[in-house]
Design a protein around this ligand. Sequence first.
Ligand code: C2E
Ligand code: MG
Ligand code: MG
Length: 340
Amino acid sequence: MEDAALTARKILRAVAAPHIIDNKSLDVNVSLGGSTYPDAAQDAESLLGQADAAMYEAKQHGRNRYEFFRSDMRVRLATRLALEGDLRYALGRNEFLLHYQPKIDLKTGLITGMEALIRWLHPERGMLLPAAFVPIAEECGLILPIGQWVLLEACRQSRAWSDSGLGVMPVAVNVSAVEFQGKDFLSGVRAVLISTGMEPQNLELELTESVLMQDAESAMVTLLALKAMGIRLAIDDFGTGYSSFTYLRRFPVDTLKVDQSFVQEITADPEGKTMVDAMINIGKSLNHRVIAEGVETRSQLDFLQRHGCGEGQGYYFSHPVVADHAKSLFKDGLQQGLVH
Ligand code: C2E
Ligand code: MG
Ligand code: MG
């Protein structure tokens, strides 16, 4: 096992060194899994299966590392494989649904839009949150048809709300890296806008910094194309990735969503406050809307209002809810405002 670990470390080091290709530095990550004969298994097939399980663990624990098989991994791998299998049928069986969480204007208390968040109503496991299946869907490519469904359903819902006389209700949809970088992404978005009759300015796409920074130049091309279609763009979980300030200024985005980890630190310590204040100011000076994510308490809200944060989202206002409930929030919230 020690010999194998030594080899694993050598491989990691060799691959992690920058590879210069076409004058560009290419960073490659590897995840390694190992299993040992005769302790862990006695035949080649089981050994390989276990090494595979260990590799998945290495990926989950942040990549660029190695893991050796332990028996607790077997259960997790089995769950993962079962979910991946079920995921293939979930769209066809209509098992996905969207919950909606309102965004609130912190001055007026009015709802400015709804973020669509996917849920999977699994026949045996019950309601699953994205963390349980979106990473798997991303890895096996199923996120492409699933993402297309989310986009279609969110736009259809927004249209249905406005057709029922509620007025315009903008929706935001989360887009993962695999979708954003997929070659059919733009045409997929265009097709949904056409088939639902959705006004592009009422659709906002949420992208994380890491999605944008993976290949900033080609991200820029896609962002400009989306912008030209009239769609709004947001940087999600702002502050958790590593944004380049150069790109932050150049990317044609409309909105910064301050990650909830920062918002939750507002009440925890003075540095947390300074940080959020700085992030609000970055957004403002770039002329972006600033939305604080994960607002849970009155004192967080007070702070955000005092420091001129434009909008907020979080359990303090409303959990993500089913479409019908979102509709009534919208109806009541419109007259009342949810802040007071
Ligand atoms: P996100 O886009 O940053 O969404 C915010 C997450 O924080 C949601 O979790 C929401 O339920 C949760 N949240 C909202 N307010 C609060 C609060 O006050 N306190 C706390 N502790 N949490 C709050 P959820 O629905 O589990 O989604 C997690 C992530 O999964 C999302 O993060 C997004 O990145 C991804 N996701 C969700 N739906 C989709 C989708 O349709 N497609 C893709 N590709 N990703 C999705
Ligand atoms: Mg989001
Ligand atoms: Mg977020």
